[in-house]
Write a protein that binds this ligand. Structure first.
Ligand code: CP3
Length: 346
């Protein structure tokens, strides 16, 4: 498994060809996912280990990717901390009782993953067995800022006004919330490694909402704590940090301690590598909407990104965000094959 090209690229080592996997590679664009999804709710699927393992493995065979990612959601551990979570059809996640006061933060319970999220750990064990050493399994969690955004707002938002008000007017309370989240998330990620995950990704989908000064104050210390906790327990497990709209923060991101920085499609990969420096690997960064183009155009887009990387080690190909539900699965498969063909070292 140490010879897997995805893990090697995470460590910045030379590979035979560019490794590739896709965020949301298990999901609604795949008919085989929809077939299983129709049997239960989204949360039901996340909490049924046999089904979660099955949908995790589906895209590995079909797409030919170099890594699997656990089928679950970043909001699952928040439910385990005591928050009521609902997925309203066509609306996305909703917390009907959002965090607004000191009592709300006090009520959040740090938890033992073996007790509160045994289904996640069992799904990992079943998936690892089903993958049979073919490719490594990536575990994941949300970053404190992105999780807090949903917890305080109660639902998705464009401005995350409630969290930002809390950060401005109730600093101690906001720090107490981020503190609790950082501790919970590092325990949750460590438990995923102990169950069999070989790499971890921290999703900070809304992390780019902060300017550099606020990112340094409100995000970086908690990310550093999570990564250093993990590194002290599992030094060989690579950590990927992914966020969107982070061009203005690139110079700070190596300070997270992550091995790999995930890039969205808005930034040029060559430029990003220059600003990130030689110590970190990069993951990305094709626009997920590029999969709506013709196969020929997709190949050209792949070629362009590989050229921007210029053959440097430490590049994992991915989309700049998750696969869109309207994607033709054939095009996703074409993308993976083309990354392997065009990325082959001569
Ligand atoms: O990448 C993968 O294939 C692994 C599984 C995974 C899901 N969500 C499955 C999912 C992962 C890693 C996530 C992370 C996640 N969840 C993030 C961070 C990444 C990102 O997309 O920015 C966020 C912000 C969430 C919260 C969340 N979950 C939202 C906002 C939604 C609704 C939007 C949507 O796409 O429906 C979800 C639901 C969700 N999570 C689905 C899937 C496959 C769709 C649910 C369904 O089948 O009905």
């Amino acid at each position: 498994m140490r010879e897997n090209r995805f893990l090697k690229a995470c460590r910045g080592e030379e590979v035979d060809t560019t490794p590739v996997w896709l965020m949301r590679q298990a999901g609604r664009y795949l008919p085989q996912y929809m077939e299983i999804r129709r049997r239960t709710t989204f949360l039901g699927l996340c909490k049924t280990p046999e089904l979660a393992a099955e949908v995790t493995v589906q895209p590995v065979d079909y797409l030919g990717v170099d890594a699997a990612i656990l089928f679950s959601d970043i909001l699952i551990p928040l439910e385990a901390m005591g928050m009521r979570l609902e997925f309203a059809p066509d609306e996305g996640p909703v917390f009907p009782e959002p965090i607004r006061s000191a009592q709300d933060v006090d009520r959040l319970e740090p938890f033992d993953p073996t007790e509160r999220t045994p289904f996640t750990l069992e799904a990992i064990r079943l998936t690892v067995r089903a993958l049979d050493g073919k490719v490594p399994l990536i575990g994941f969690a949300g970053a404190p800022f992105t999780l807090a955004a949903y917890m305080v707002e109660g639902r998705g938002s464009k401005s995350w006004m409630q969290l930002k008000r809390l950060m401005a007017q109730e600093r101690g309370l906001a720090h107490a919330l981020f503190d609790k989240l950082a501790d919970t998330i590092s325990d949750y990620l460590a438990a995923q490694v102990e169950a069999g995950c070989r790499a971890l990704q921290i999703f900070d989908s809304w992390g780019g909402e902060l300017d550099a000064e606020d990112f340094r104050r409100w995000s970086l210390p908690y990310l550093q704590r999570i990564v250093s906790d993990l590194k002290s327990q599992h030094p060989h497990v690579p950590v990927i940090y992914f966020g969107t709209c982070m061009s203005h923060l690139l110079d700070l991101l190596p300070e997270t301690g992550a091995d790999v920085i995930g890039l969205d499609w808005r930034i040029d990969l060559g430029e990003a590598r220059k600003r990130l420096g030689p110590e970190v690997a990069v993951q990305g960064n094709l626009d997920p909407a590029a999969l709506f183009l013709s196969k020929q155009e997709i190949s050209a887009r792949v070629q362009k990104i590989l050229e921007r990387n210029a053959g440097r080690p430490g590049h994992i190909f991915n989309l700049g965000h998750g696969v869109y539900p309207l994607t033709d699965p054939e095009h996703a498969r074409h993308l993976v094959a083309e990354v392997h063909r065009l990325g082959a070292r001569g």
